[in-house]
Design a protein around this ligand. Sequence first.
Ligand code: GDP
Ligand code: MN
Length: 361
Amino acid sequence: MLEAAGAALAAIHFGVPLAYYLYLRRAWLRRPWGLRRDPGYTPRVVVVVPTYNEADLIERKLDDIYRQDYPREKLEVVVVDSASTDGTPEKARRWASKHPDLKVRLVEEPARRGKAHALNTALKHIPPDAEVVILTDADSFWPQRDTVRRAVAYLADPTVGAVSCLKKPAGQGPGGVEEAYRSLYNQVRLAESKAHSTPIFHGELAAYRKSLLEEIGGFPEDLGADDSHTATLIALKGRRAITPEDVWCTELVPRKGYTRWRIRRAQHLTQHFQKILKTSHKTPSQLKRILAVEAYLHLANPWLLPAAAALLALAAAHKSPSAIILLALAAALLAYKPYRTWITTQLYLTAAMIRNLHTKE
Ligand code: GDP
Ligand code: MN
């Protein structure tokens, strides 16, 4: 009995994401976009870099933006700093004075009230004729000189409201579109984007149509995943929020405190999906399905794993041979990296939900 229940939970835990992946792959991954993408579209773009104690990275980040091949008169940078104590604003100011051909505005908040708060402050300093706002974290880099151009090209289509990037798998050299199809995670982002929208955006590059940001009232300040949540609110308005296969970004993974960092990220994501579930909308049905499955995968499915393990362990303690075999198999599979990655991600998500009960950060 116990082993049957444990095996059933495990089958659901692995079966639902696998079925979703296979469905997306078959039905959407290779479909054409059906969008009017225009590489010649060059609206006025403001790149917003929020900083809190980023003195080690801010110059490198500005250099990276500076390398973008986008008409200079159409590009502007806003660095919004929240009372950094390591000299970040001074470094940004010095960099700006050395690069007079790129317009850089430094906005300083007198106190730190979180990234989303800083982003909303930045919005107030954006010129009225700017059409696109691109958020990018200080610890991220754009591997292509035409990253901005590529992202903006999709916004030429009025049905698209927001564009983010796919994460370049670490250690991969420059490659073409095919890279998008290499990682499972990227395949899911891409296929969801083609179906309608993906509910997961990346802080390395998140481009929004400014008018839509105003329509949804700016960035949500009560939860961590402001990039994903903002994109989803835009999708819920019927505009698409997509991560195309030709827009890439790179993130520096912190060397210290990796586990803490992963749990914090997972906390932000689970907060995002919990809030989406509580918001009721008239949603396009394709989007509704994506949100329902992703909310399930982030909020409920992770718990089936420890539940299954507990039931099987109990059965094994009662000398059930099938439970012992299943547990041994599950343990042996840990040698296989994609499986290990999946398992640790599930554990981060459950840890995050527990941690969310007492702290949001
Ligand atoms: P993570 O990538 O989600 O772990 O978050 P990071 O710590 O890398 O922060 C993302 C970006 O937001 C970085 O550029 C930070 O400097 C910036 N940031 C974080 N907190 C604040 C804040 O309170 N104010 C401002 N202005 N920026 C912040
Ligand atoms: Mn980061």
